[in-house]
Design a protein around this ligand. Structure first.
Ligand code: NA7
Length: 531
Protein backbone atom coordinates (compact mmCIF):
# COMPACT_ATOMS: atom_id res chain seq x y z
CA UNK A 1 0.00 0.00 0.00
CA UNK A 2 1.33 3.40 -0.90
CA UNK A 3 0.07 6.92 -0.05
CA UNK A 4 0.62 9.63 -2.63
CA UNK A 5 -0.37 13.21 -3.28
CA UNK A 6 -1.15 12.48 -6.90
CA UNK A 7 -1.48 9.38 -9.01
CA UNK A 8 -1.42 9.61 -12.79
CA UNK A 9 -2.67 6.78 -14.98
CA UNK A 10 -0.81 6.52 -18.28
CA UNK A 11 2.72 7.32 -19.41
CA UNK A 12 2.11 8.90 -22.79
CA UNK A 13 2.54 12.57 -23.70
CA UNK A 14 0.01 13.71 -21.09
CA UNK A 15 1.11 11.52 -18.18
CA UNK A 16 4.76 12.40 -18.66
CA UNK A 17 4.26 16.16 -18.74
CA UNK A 18 1.79 15.98 -15.85
CA UNK A 19 4.37 14.07 -13.79
CA UNK A 20 6.98 16.71 -14.48
CA UNK A 21 4.61 19.52 -13.47
CA UNK A 22 3.26 17.97 -10.27
CA UNK A 23 6.50 16.43 -9.08
CA UNK A 24 9.02 19.09 -10.11
CA UNK A 25 6.99 22.30 -10.00
CA UNK A 26 4.53 21.63 -7.16
CA UNK A 27 6.84 19.21 -5.32
CA UNK A 28 4.01 16.72 -4.85
CA UNK A 29 4.65 13.07 -4.15
CA UNK A 30 3.51 11.79 -7.57
CA UNK A 31 3.51 8.41 -9.27
CA UNK A 32 2.54 7.22 -12.74
CA UNK A 33 1.06 3.77 -13.37
CA UNK A 34 1.41 2.41 -16.88
CA UNK A 35 -0.02 -0.76 -18.37
CA UNK A 36 2.72 -1.17 -21.01
CA UNK A 37 6.26 -2.19 -20.22
CA UNK A 38 7.58 1.14 -21.42
CA UNK A 39 6.42 4.71 -21.90
CA UNK A 40 4.73 6.12 -25.01
CA UNK A 41 0.99 5.61 -24.54
CA UNK A 42 -0.75 5.59 -27.92
CA UNK A 43 2.64 5.46 -29.63
CA UNK A 44 3.70 2.48 -27.54
CA UNK A 45 0.74 0.37 -28.66
CA UNK A 46 0.25 1.56 -32.25
CA UNK A 47 3.46 0.16 -33.74
CA UNK A 48 1.91 -1.21 -36.93
CA UNK A 49 3.80 -0.84 -40.25
CA UNK A 50 3.44 2.67 -41.62
CA UNK A 51 2.45 4.18 -38.24
CA UNK A 52 3.21 7.84 -38.52
CA UNK A 53 1.74 11.02 -37.13
CA UNK A 54 -0.43 13.21 -39.38
CA UNK A 55 0.77 16.39 -37.68
CA UNK A 56 3.97 17.97 -38.89
CA UNK A 57 6.84 16.84 -36.71
CA UNK A 58 8.06 20.24 -35.52
CA UNK A 59 4.59 20.94 -34.13
CA UNK A 60 4.14 17.53 -32.54
CA UNK A 61 5.84 17.99 -29.22
CA UNK A 62 6.17 20.10 -26.12
CA UNK A 63 6.58 23.83 -26.47
CA UNK A 64 6.64 24.83 -22.79
CA UNK A 65 10.43 24.73 -22.80
CA UNK A 66 12.59 26.35 -25.43
CA UNK A 67 15.47 24.15 -24.35
CA UNK A 68 13.50 20.91 -24.80
CA UNK A 69 12.25 22.13 -28.16
CA UNK A 70 15.64 23.17 -29.50
CA UNK A 71 17.69 20.24 -28.27
CA UNK A 72 15.59 17.74 -30.21
CA UNK A 73 15.79 17.52 -34.00
CA UNK A 74 12.95 16.27 -36.18
CA UNK A 75 14.37 14.91 -39.40
CA UNK A 76 11.24 14.13 -41.41
CA UNK A 77 8.13 16.16 -42.19
CA UNK A 78 5.94 13.67 -40.29
CA UNK A 79 7.38 11.65 -37.43
CA UNK A 80 7.33 7.86 -37.49
CA UNK A 81 5.98 5.98 -34.50
CA UNK A 82 9.49 4.87 -33.49
CA UNK A 83 10.78 8.44 -33.66
CA UNK A 84 7.93 9.72 -31.47
CA UNK A 85 8.82 7.04 -28.91
CA UNK A 86 12.45 8.18 -29.05
CA UNK A 87 11.31 11.77 -28.52
CA UNK A 88 9.27 10.81 -25.46
CA UNK A 89 12.23 8.85 -24.08
CA UNK A 90 14.41 11.91 -24.63
CA UNK A 91 11.84 14.03 -22.78
CA UNK A 92 11.62 11.54 -19.94
CA UNK A 93 15.41 11.39 -19.63
CA UNK A 94 15.75 15.17 -19.51
CA UNK A 95 13.56 15.26 -16.38
CA UNK A 96 14.43 11.85 -14.99
CA UNK A 97 10.77 10.85 -15.13
CA UNK A 98 11.12 7.07 -15.27
CA UNK A 99 12.02 6.84 -11.61
CA UNK A 100 8.43 7.74 -10.74
CA UNK A 101 6.72 5.46 -13.27
CA UNK A 102 5.70 1.91 -12.50
CA UNK A 103 5.27 -0.16 -15.67
CA UNK A 104 3.16 -3.28 -16.28
CA UNK A 105 0.51 -1.98 -13.90
CA UNK A 106 -2.93 -2.13 -15.38
CA UNK A 107 -5.42 -0.21 -13.25
CA UNK A 108 -8.46 -2.39 -12.66
CA UNK A 109 -10.42 -0.16 -10.29
CA UNK A 110 -10.40 3.27 -8.70
CA UNK A 111 -12.67 4.41 -5.93
CA UNK A 112 -13.11 7.68 -4.07
CA UNK A 113 -13.42 7.58 -0.27
CA UNK A 114 -15.24 10.70 0.85
CA UNK A 115 -14.36 10.72 4.53
CA UNK A 116 -10.65 10.26 3.91
CA UNK A 117 -10.74 12.38 0.73
CA UNK A 118 -8.62 9.78 -0.99
CA UNK A 119 -8.71 7.80 -4.20
CA UNK A 120 -7.94 4.11 -3.90
CA UNK A 121 -6.35 2.65 -7.01
CA UNK A 122 -6.01 -1.08 -7.53
CA UNK A 123 -3.91 -2.75 -10.25
CA UNK A 124 -3.99 -6.17 -11.90
CA UNK A 125 -1.00 -7.14 -9.75
CA UNK A 126 -3.18 -6.46 -6.71
CA UNK A 127 -1.07 -3.44 -5.78
CA UNK A 128 -3.00 -0.74 -3.95
CA UNK A 129 -2.29 2.97 -3.98
CA UNK A 130 -4.03 5.87 -2.23
CA UNK A 131 -3.86 9.39 -3.60
CA UNK A 132 -5.51 12.74 -3.00
CA UNK A 133 -5.54 13.58 -6.71
CA UNK A 134 -6.29 11.17 -9.53
CA UNK A 135 -5.28 12.14 -13.05
CA UNK A 136 -6.55 10.07 -15.97
CA UNK A 137 -3.95 10.43 -18.71
CA UNK A 138 -5.08 7.35 -20.59
CA UNK A 139 -5.36 8.85 -24.07
CA UNK A 140 -8.42 9.40 -26.24
CA UNK A 141 -7.76 6.50 -28.60
CA UNK A 142 -6.50 3.65 -26.45
CA UNK A 143 -9.37 1.27 -25.94
CA UNK A 144 -9.42 -0.82 -29.12
CA UNK A 145 -12.52 -1.75 -31.06
CA UNK A 146 -12.32 -5.36 -32.17
CA UNK A 147 -15.74 -5.94 -33.74
CA UNK A 148 -17.73 -8.88 -32.44
CA UNK A 149 -17.94 -10.62 -35.81
CA UNK A 150 -19.34 -14.13 -35.64
CA UNK A 151 -16.56 -16.73 -35.54
CA UNK A 152 -13.77 -14.25 -34.80
CA UNK A 153 -12.14 -16.76 -32.46
CA UNK A 154 -12.29 -19.58 -35.01
CA UNK A 155 -9.63 -18.23 -37.37
CA UNK A 156 -6.56 -20.47 -37.42
CA UNK A 157 -4.19 -17.91 -38.92
CA UNK A 158 -2.77 -14.80 -37.21
CA UNK A 159 -5.18 -12.05 -36.28
CA UNK A 160 -4.01 -8.62 -35.11
CA UNK A 161 -5.55 -5.28 -34.22
CA UNK A 162 -3.53 -2.22 -35.25
CA UNK A 163 -3.83 -0.73 -31.76
CA UNK A 164 -2.24 -3.77 -30.07
CA UNK A 165 0.43 -4.57 -32.60
CA UNK A 166 2.98 -7.14 -31.41
CA UNK A 167 6.57 -6.07 -30.80
CA UNK A 168 7.86 -8.89 -32.97
CA UNK A 169 7.86 -8.23 -36.70
CA UNK A 170 4.99 -9.83 -38.58
CA UNK A 171 6.13 -11.51 -41.75
CA UNK A 172 3.84 -10.76 -44.69
CA UNK A 173 6.06 -12.24 -47.39
CA UNK A 174 4.19 -14.74 -49.60
CA UNK A 175 1.11 -14.40 -47.40
CA UNK A 176 -2.49 -13.69 -48.26
CA UNK A 177 -3.61 -10.93 -45.93
CA UNK A 178 -7.09 -9.64 -45.24
CA UNK A 179 -7.44 -6.14 -43.78
CA UNK A 180 -10.67 -4.83 -42.30
CA UNK A 181 -10.90 -1.07 -41.82
CA UNK A 182 -9.93 1.92 -43.91
CA UNK A 183 -9.71 4.82 -41.44
CA UNK A 184 -6.50 6.81 -40.86
CA UNK A 185 -4.82 3.66 -39.56
CA UNK A 186 -5.97 1.31 -42.30
CA UNK A 187 -4.93 3.83 -44.94
CA UNK A 188 -1.42 3.87 -43.43
CA UNK A 189 -1.02 0.10 -43.03
CA UNK A 190 -2.40 -1.16 -46.35
CA UNK A 191 0.30 0.25 -48.70
CA UNK A 192 2.98 -1.20 -46.38
CA UNK A 193 1.42 -4.67 -46.37
CA UNK A 194 0.86 -4.50 -50.15
CA UNK A 195 4.62 -3.98 -50.62
CA UNK A 196 5.34 -7.38 -49.08
CA UNK A 197 2.32 -9.64 -49.18
CA UNK A 198 1.48 -12.09 -51.94
CA UNK A 199 -1.99 -10.64 -51.84
CA UNK A 200 -3.79 -7.97 -49.83
CA UNK A 201 -7.56 -8.09 -49.70
CA UNK A 202 -8.95 -4.88 -48.31
CA UNK A 203 -12.43 -5.02 -46.80
CA UNK A 204 -13.91 -1.51 -46.93
CA UNK A 205 -17.16 -0.63 -45.18
CA UNK A 206 -17.06 3.10 -45.96
CA UNK A 207 -14.46 5.07 -47.85
CA UNK A 208 -12.52 7.89 -46.26
CA UNK A 209 -11.22 11.05 -47.83
CA UNK A 210 -7.48 10.99 -47.99
CA UNK A 211 -4.99 13.68 -48.94
CA UNK A 212 -1.40 12.90 -49.96
CA UNK A 213 0.88 13.43 -46.97
CA UNK A 214 3.96 14.18 -49.09
CA UNK A 215 6.37 13.16 -46.43
CA UNK A 216 10.01 14.08 -46.99
CA UNK A 217 13.27 14.53 -45.17
CA UNK A 218 13.64 17.97 -43.66
CA UNK A 219 16.58 19.89 -45.07
CA UNK A 220 19.12 21.52 -42.77
CA UNK A 221 17.57 24.88 -43.68
CA UNK A 222 14.08 23.59 -42.73
CA UNK A 223 15.42 22.42 -39.39
CA UNK A 224 17.33 25.63 -38.73
CA UNK A 225 14.26 27.70 -39.55
CA UNK A 226 11.77 25.86 -37.40
CA UNK A 227 14.15 25.99 -34.44
CA UNK A 228 14.89 29.66 -34.98
CA UNK A 229 11.18 30.49 -35.12
CA UNK A 230 10.32 28.80 -31.82
CA UNK A 231 8.59 31.81 -30.23
CA UNK A 232 6.56 32.59 -33.33
CA UNK A 233 5.57 28.96 -33.78
CA UNK A 234 4.54 28.60 -30.15
CA UNK A 235 2.18 31.55 -30.25
CA UNK A 236 0.89 30.59 -33.69
CA UNK A 237 -0.08 27.09 -32.56
CA UNK A 238 -2.03 28.65 -29.69
CA UNK A 239 -3.95 30.87 -32.08
CA UNK A 240 -5.25 28.29 -34.55
CA UNK A 241 -8.45 26.29 -33.93
CA UNK A 242 -6.74 22.90 -34.03
CA UNK A 243 -3.29 23.85 -32.77
CA UNK A 244 -1.92 23.20 -36.25
CA UNK A 245 0.51 25.42 -38.12
CA UNK A 246 -2.13 26.70 -40.55
CA UNK A 247 -4.94 29.22 -40.38
CA UNK A 248 -8.23 29.36 -42.24
CA UNK A 249 -8.21 32.08 -44.90
CA UNK A 250 -10.88 34.78 -45.26
CA UNK A 251 -11.76 33.56 -48.78
CA UNK A 252 -14.78 31.44 -49.58
CA UNK A 253 -14.66 28.68 -52.20
CA UNK A 254 -17.12 30.80 -54.17
CA UNK A 255 -14.93 33.87 -54.33
CA UNK A 256 -13.35 32.17 -57.35
CA UNK A 257 -14.58 30.60 -60.57
CA UNK A 258 -14.31 26.82 -60.92
CA UNK A 259 -11.01 26.89 -62.82
CA UNK A 260 -9.27 29.13 -60.30
CA UNK A 261 -10.81 27.22 -57.37
CA UNK A 262 -9.47 23.94 -58.71
CA UNK A 263 -6.04 25.48 -59.18
CA UNK A 264 -6.09 26.42 -55.52
CA UNK A 265 -7.18 22.92 -54.52
CA UNK A 266 -4.40 21.53 -56.71
CA UNK A 267 -1.84 23.69 -54.90
CA UNK A 268 -3.06 22.38 -51.52
CA UNK A 269 -3.10 18.80 -52.85
CA UNK A 270 0.49 19.12 -54.01
CA UNK A 271 1.53 20.68 -50.71
CA UNK A 272 0.06 17.83 -48.60
CA UNK A 273 -0.68 18.06 -44.82
CA UNK A 274 -3.99 18.45 -43.00
CA UNK A 275 -4.17 22.04 -44.27
CA UNK A 276 -6.07 20.94 -47.41
CA UNK A 277 -9.27 21.62 -45.45
CA UNK A 278 -8.18 25.23 -45.03
CA UNK A 279 -7.91 25.94 -48.76
CA UNK A 280 -11.08 28.00 -48.26
CA UNK A 281 -12.80 29.17 -45.09
CA UNK A 282 -16.14 27.49 -45.77
CA UNK A 283 -15.14 23.89 -46.64
CA UNK A 284 -15.69 22.81 -43.04
CA UNK A 285 -18.77 25.01 -42.59
CA UNK A 286 -21.16 24.70 -45.53
CA UNK A 287 -22.22 21.70 -47.57
CA UNK A 288 -22.15 23.77 -50.75
CA UNK A 289 -18.46 24.67 -50.34
CA UNK A 290 -17.67 21.21 -49.01
CA UNK A 291 -19.06 19.66 -52.20
CA UNK A 292 -16.46 21.50 -54.27
CA UNK A 293 -13.68 19.85 -52.22
CA UNK A 294 -15.40 16.45 -52.48
CA UNK A 295 -15.61 16.78 -56.25
CA UNK A 296 -11.93 17.68 -56.50
CA UNK A 297 -10.90 14.69 -54.36
CA UNK A 298 -13.17 12.33 -56.31
CA UNK A 299 -11.58 13.45 -59.57
CA UNK A 300 -8.14 12.82 -58.08
CA UNK A 301 -9.14 9.29 -57.09
CA UNK A 302 -10.57 8.58 -60.55
CA UNK A 303 -7.41 9.88 -62.20
CA UNK A 304 -5.19 7.72 -59.98
CA UNK A 305 -7.04 4.41 -59.61
CA UNK A 306 -7.15 2.60 -62.97
CA UNK A 307 -9.77 0.01 -62.00
CA UNK A 308 -13.09 1.90 -62.51
CA UNK A 309 -14.97 -0.37 -60.15
CA UNK A 310 -12.43 0.26 -57.36
CA UNK A 311 -12.49 4.00 -58.04
CA UNK A 312 -16.27 3.91 -57.67
CA UNK A 313 -16.06 2.03 -54.36
CA UNK A 314 -13.39 4.41 -53.08
CA UNK A 315 -15.56 7.43 -53.87
CA UNK A 316 -18.87 6.15 -52.54
CA UNK A 317 -18.66 8.69 -49.71
CA UNK A 318 -21.50 8.84 -47.20
CA UNK A 319 -20.23 11.91 -45.35
CA UNK A 320 -18.96 15.39 -46.16
CA UNK A 321 -15.18 15.89 -46.24
CA UNK A 322 -13.89 16.43 -42.63
CA UNK A 323 -17.19 15.26 -41.04
CA UNK A 324 -15.15 12.18 -40.12
CA UNK A 325 -11.46 12.35 -39.24
CA UNK A 326 -9.73 13.34 -42.51
CA UNK A 327 -6.71 11.20 -43.29
CA UNK A 328 -3.32 11.57 -44.94
CA UNK A 329 -1.75 8.88 -47.06
CA UNK A 330 1.38 7.76 -48.82
CA UNK A 331 0.53 5.89 -52.04
CA UNK A 332 -2.85 4.65 -50.79
CA UNK A 333 -4.79 5.28 -53.99
CA UNK A 334 -1.77 4.30 -56.14
CA UNK A 335 -1.70 0.95 -54.28
CA UNK A 336 -4.95 -0.13 -55.98
CA UNK A 337 -3.09 -0.32 -59.30
CA UNK A 338 -0.96 -3.16 -57.98
CA UNK A 339 -1.88 -6.64 -59.14
CA UNK A 340 -1.71 -8.08 -55.63
CA UNK A 341 -4.38 -5.75 -54.17
CA UNK A 342 -8.09 -6.49 -54.17
CA UNK A 343 -10.83 -4.24 -52.80
CA UNK A 344 -14.04 -5.67 -51.35
CA UNK A 345 -17.04 -3.39 -50.88
CA UNK A 346 -18.66 -4.48 -47.62
CA UNK A 347 -21.66 -2.25 -48.29
CA UNK A 348 -22.70 -4.60 -51.09
CA UNK A 349 -21.01 -7.73 -49.89
CA UNK A 350 -20.94 -7.67 -46.08
CA UNK A 351 -18.94 -9.97 -43.82
CA UNK A 352 -21.10 -12.87 -42.68
CA UNK A 353 -18.58 -14.55 -40.42
CA UNK A 354 -14.98 -15.39 -39.82
CA UNK A 355 -14.13 -19.01 -40.41
CA UNK A 356 -11.12 -21.20 -39.60
CA UNK A 357 -9.73 -20.33 -43.02
CA UNK A 358 -10.58 -16.67 -43.46
CA UNK A 359 -13.45 -14.26 -44.05
CA UNK A 360 -16.81 -15.29 -45.44
CA UNK A 361 -18.84 -12.53 -47.05
CA UNK A 362 -22.34 -12.68 -48.49
CA UNK A 363 -20.95 -13.46 -51.95
CA UNK A 364 -17.54 -15.11 -51.41
CA UNK A 365 -15.21 -16.87 -49.05
CA UNK A 366 -11.67 -15.52 -48.78
CA UNK A 367 -8.94 -17.88 -47.60
CA UNK A 368 -6.38 -15.88 -45.65
CA UNK A 369 -3.10 -16.40 -43.79
CA UNK A 370 -3.53 -13.31 -41.63
CA UNK A 371 -6.31 -10.87 -40.76
CA UNK A 372 -5.54 -7.31 -39.75
CA UNK A 373 -8.19 -5.30 -37.97
CA UNK A 374 -7.73 -1.55 -38.33
CA UNK A 375 -11.17 -1.02 -36.87
CA UNK A 376 -10.42 1.85 -34.52
CA UNK A 377 -11.20 2.59 -30.92
CA UNK A 378 -13.88 3.14 -28.34
CA UNK A 379 -12.81 6.76 -28.56
CA UNK A 380 -12.60 9.26 -25.72
CA UNK A 381 -14.73 7.46 -23.15
CA UNK A 382 -13.60 3.83 -23.56
CA UNK A 383 -10.19 4.06 -21.93
CA UNK A 384 -11.54 6.08 -18.98
CA UNK A 385 -14.51 3.81 -18.38
CA UNK A 386 -12.18 0.81 -18.36
CA UNK A 387 -10.61 2.18 -15.18
CA UNK A 388 -13.77 1.10 -13.37
CA UNK A 389 -14.16 4.38 -11.51
CA UNK A 390 -16.46 4.84 -8.52
CA UNK A 391 -17.02 8.36 -7.21
CA UNK A 392 -18.97 9.81 -4.28
CA UNK A 393 -21.86 7.81 -2.84
CA UNK A 394 -20.85 4.76 -4.86
CA UNK A 395 -21.67 6.40 -8.19
CA UNK A 396 -20.11 4.46 -11.06
CA UNK A 397 -18.71 6.53 -13.89
CA UNK A 398 -19.96 4.06 -16.52
CA UNK A 399 -23.48 4.45 -15.19
CA UNK A 400 -23.19 8.20 -14.77
CA UNK A 401 -22.06 8.47 -18.41
CA UNK A 402 -24.56 5.92 -19.74
CA UNK A 403 -26.45 8.53 -21.78
CA UNK A 404 -23.27 10.37 -22.79
CA UNK A 405 -20.24 11.80 -20.97
CA UNK A 406 -20.95 14.69 -18.62
CA UNK A 407 -18.07 16.91 -17.64
CA UNK A 408 -16.95 20.46 -17.15
CA UNK A 409 -14.56 21.35 -19.99
CA UNK A 410 -13.76 17.66 -20.29
CA UNK A 411 -11.53 18.16 -17.27
CA UNK A 412 -13.72 17.57 -14.22
CA UNK A 413 -16.78 15.38 -13.63
CA UNK A 414 -19.58 16.01 -11.09
CA UNK A 415 -19.48 13.47 -8.24
CA UNK A 416 -15.84 12.62 -8.89
CA UNK A 417 -13.85 15.04 -6.71
CA UNK A 418 -10.17 15.65 -7.37
CA UNK A 419 -10.35 13.54 -10.51
CA UNK A 420 -8.94 15.25 -13.60
CA UNK A 421 -9.04 14.01 -17.18
CA UNK A 422 -6.50 15.01 -19.80
CA UNK A 423 -7.90 15.21 -23.36
CA UNK A 424 -11.15 13.66 -22.25
CA UNK A 425 -14.62 13.84 -23.79
CA UNK A 426 -15.85 17.42 -23.78
CA UNK A 427 -12.41 18.86 -24.54
CA UNK A 428 -11.05 19.72 -28.02
CA UNK A 429 -8.78 16.63 -27.78
CA UNK A 430 -9.00 14.58 -30.99
CA UNK A 431 -9.97 17.61 -33.06
CA UNK A 432 -6.55 19.14 -32.38
CA UNK A 433 -2.88 18.54 -32.85
CA UNK A 434 -3.03 16.63 -29.58
CA UNK A 435 0.21 17.69 -27.80
CA UNK A 436 -0.97 21.32 -28.01
CA UNK A 437 -4.18 20.40 -26.19
CA UNK A 438 -2.28 18.21 -23.71
CA UNK A 439 0.05 21.05 -22.74
CA UNK A 440 -2.87 23.36 -22.10
CA UNK A 441 -4.69 20.73 -20.02
CA UNK A 442 -1.68 19.75 -17.94
CA UNK A 443 -0.91 23.39 -17.17
CA UNK A 444 -4.53 24.11 -16.21
CA UNK A 445 -4.66 21.06 -13.92
CA UNK A 446 -1.33 21.99 -12.34
CA UNK A 447 -2.52 25.53 -11.59
CA UNK A 448 -5.79 24.20 -10.20
CA UNK A 449 -4.03 21.78 -7.84
CA UNK A 450 -1.60 24.53 -6.84
CA UNK A 451 -4.59 26.72 -5.94
CA UNK A 452 -6.10 23.96 -3.81
CA UNK A 453 -2.82 23.24 -2.05
CA UNK A 454 -1.92 26.90 -1.44
CA UNK A 455 -5.38 27.57 -0.02
CA UNK A 456 -5.40 24.40 2.05
CA UNK A 457 -8.48 23.10 0.26
CA UNK A 458 -9.59 19.48 0.29
CA UNK A 459 -11.21 18.98 -3.05
CA UNK A 460 -12.60 20.37 -6.27
CA UNK A 461 -15.50 19.01 -8.26
CA UNK A 462 -17.68 20.15 -11.12
CA UNK A 463 -21.23 21.05 -10.19
CA UNK A 464 -24.10 19.56 -12.17
CA UNK A 465 -24.99 23.06 -13.40
CA UNK A 466 -21.46 23.71 -14.71
CA UNK A 467 -21.41 20.37 -16.54
CA UNK A 468 -24.87 21.00 -18.02
CA UNK A 469 -23.83 24.46 -19.19
CA UNK A 470 -20.74 23.01 -20.85
CA UNK A 471 -22.79 20.31 -22.58
CA UNK A 472 -25.02 23.05 -24.00
CA UNK A 473 -21.94 24.83 -25.33
CA UNK A 474 -20.80 21.62 -27.06
CA UNK A 475 -24.24 21.07 -28.57
CA UNK A 476 -24.51 24.62 -29.87
CA UNK A 477 -20.92 24.63 -31.23
CA UNK A 478 -21.39 21.41 -33.15
CA UNK A 479 -24.39 22.92 -34.94
CA UNK A 480 -22.02 25.37 -36.61
CA UNK A 481 -20.02 22.49 -38.12
CA UNK A 482 -20.61 19.59 -40.51
CA UNK A 483 -19.66 16.88 -38.01
CA UNK A 484 -23.23 15.71 -37.38
CA UNK A 485 -23.74 15.19 -41.12
CA UNK A 486 -21.67 11.99 -41.02
CA UNK A 487 -23.95 8.97 -40.94
CA UNK A 488 -21.65 7.25 -38.55
CA UNK A 489 -18.40 8.32 -36.91
CA UNK A 490 -16.40 7.65 -33.77
CA UNK A 491 -16.63 11.40 -32.97
CA UNK A 492 -20.31 10.62 -32.15
CA UNK A 493 -19.82 7.18 -30.66
CA UNK A 494 -21.51 5.45 -33.63
CA UNK A 495 -18.76 2.86 -34.07
CA UNK A 496 -19.39 1.05 -30.79
CA UNK A 497 -22.62 -0.93 -30.52
CA UNK A 498 -24.66 0.25 -27.54
CA UNK A 499 -22.59 3.40 -26.98
CA UNK A 500 -24.62 6.56 -26.34
CA UNK A 501 -24.83 8.88 -29.30
CA UNK A 502 -23.49 12.30 -28.48
CA UNK A 503 -20.80 14.43 -30.00
CA UNK A 504 -17.76 13.65 -27.86
CA UNK A 505 -15.05 16.28 -28.35
CA UNK A 506 -15.50 20.05 -28.02
CA UNK A 507 -15.74 21.46 -31.56
CA UNK A 508 -15.45 25.20 -30.77
CA UNK A 509 -11.69 25.39 -31.36
CA UNK A 510 -8.71 25.78 -29.05
CA UNK A 511 -8.62 29.61 -28.75
CA UNK A 512 -12.21 29.77 -27.51
CA UNK A 513 -11.68 26.78 -25.24
CA UNK A 514 -8.49 28.29 -23.82
CA UNK A 515 -10.35 31.51 -23.05
CA UNK A 516 -13.05 29.67 -21.07
CA UNK A 517 -10.43 27.69 -19.12
CA UNK A 518 -8.49 30.85 -18.35
CA UNK A 519 -11.60 32.61 -17.08
CA UNK A 520 -12.34 29.72 -14.71
CA UNK A 521 -8.80 29.91 -13.39
CA UNK A 522 -8.77 33.71 -13.04
CA UNK A 523 -12.05 33.69 -11.14
CA UNK A 524 -10.64 31.18 -8.66
CA UNK A 525 -12.80 28.30 -9.91
CA UNK A 526 -15.85 29.94 -8.36
CA UNK A 527 -18.36 28.03 -10.49
CA UNK A 528 -16.99 24.75 -9.19
CA UNK A 529 -17.52 23.08 -5.87
CA UNK A 530 -14.48 23.53 -3.66
CA UNK A 531 -14.29 22.23 -0.11
P1 NA7 B 1 -11.31 4.62 -37.41
O1 NA7 B 1 -11.13 5.96 -37.99
O2 NA7 B 1 -12.40 4.41 -36.44
O3 NA7 B 1 -11.47 3.61 -38.62
C1 NA7 B 1 -11.94 2.30 -38.42
C2 NA7 B 1 -12.21 1.64 -39.72
O4 NA7 B 1 -12.68 0.32 -39.47
C3 NA7 B 1 -13.28 2.33 -40.55
O5 NA7 B 1 -12.97 2.18 -41.90
C4 NA7 B 1 -14.54 1.51 -40.20
O6 NA7 B 1 -15.54 1.58 -41.16
C5 NA7 B 1 -13.96 0.14 -40.11
N1 NA7 B 1 -14.75 -0.77 -39.29
C6 NA7 B 1 -15.04 -0.66 -37.99
N2 NA7 B 1 -15.79 -1.71 -37.59
C7 NA7 B 1 -15.97 -2.47 -38.67
C8 NA7 B 1 -16.66 -3.69 -38.91
N3 NA7 B 1 -17.33 -4.31 -37.94
N4 NA7 B 1 -16.66 -4.20 -40.15
C9 NA7 B 1 -16.00 -3.57 -41.14
N5 NA7 B 1 -15.33 -2.42 -40.99
C10 NA7 B 1 -15.33 -1.88 -39.77
O7 NA7 B 1 -9.99 4.10 -36.68
P2 NA7 B 1 -8.48 4.40 -37.04
O8 NA7 B 1 -7.64 3.52 -36.18
O9 NA7 B 1 -8.26 4.31 -38.50
O10 NA7 B 1 -8.27 5.88 -36.66
C11 NA7 B 1 -8.57 6.34 -35.34
C12 NA7 B 1 -7.71 7.44 -34.95
O11 NA7 B 1 -6.53 6.84 -34.45
C13 NA7 B 1 -7.21 8.35 -35.97
O12 NA7 B 1 -7.99 9.44 -36.16
C14 NA7 B 1 -5.85 8.78 -35.49
O13 NA7 B 1 -5.98 9.93 -34.71
C15 NA7 B 1 -5.40 7.65 -34.69
P3 NA7 B 1 -16.69 2.72 -41.09
O14 NA7 B 1 -16.02 3.98 -41.52
O15 NA7 B 1 -17.15 2.78 -39.65
O16 NA7 B 1 -17.74 2.26 -42.00
Amino acid sequence: MKYLDALIIGAGFSGLYQLHCLRDKLKLNTLVLEEGDDLGGTWYWNRYPGARCDSESFTYGFTFSKKIFKKWTWKERYPKQKVILKYLKYFSKEYNLKKNIVFKQKVISTQYFEKENLWKIKTNNMKIYFAKYLICAVGSLSSINLPAIKGINQFKGQLHHSGRWPKKNINFKNKIVGQVGTGSTGIQIAPEIAKKAKKLILFQRSPNFSIPARNRKLSNTNIKNYKKNFNKLRSFLKRTPGGHPFEFPKKSAFDFDEAKRNLMYEKSWQYGTLSFRATFNDIVKTIKANKTAVKFIENKIYSTVKNREYAKILTSFDHPFTAKRPTLNTNYYEMFNKKNVELVNLKENPIVKITKKGIKTKKNEYTLDKIIFATGFDALTGSIEKLNITGKKGIKLTKYWKSGPKSFLGLLVPNFPNMFIISGPGSPSVLTNVPVQIEQHVEWITKCIKFLENNKRQSIESTNEAAKKWQKEITSSVKKTLFMKAKSSWYKGDNIPGKSKSFLPYPGGMPKYRKVCLKVEKTNYKELKII
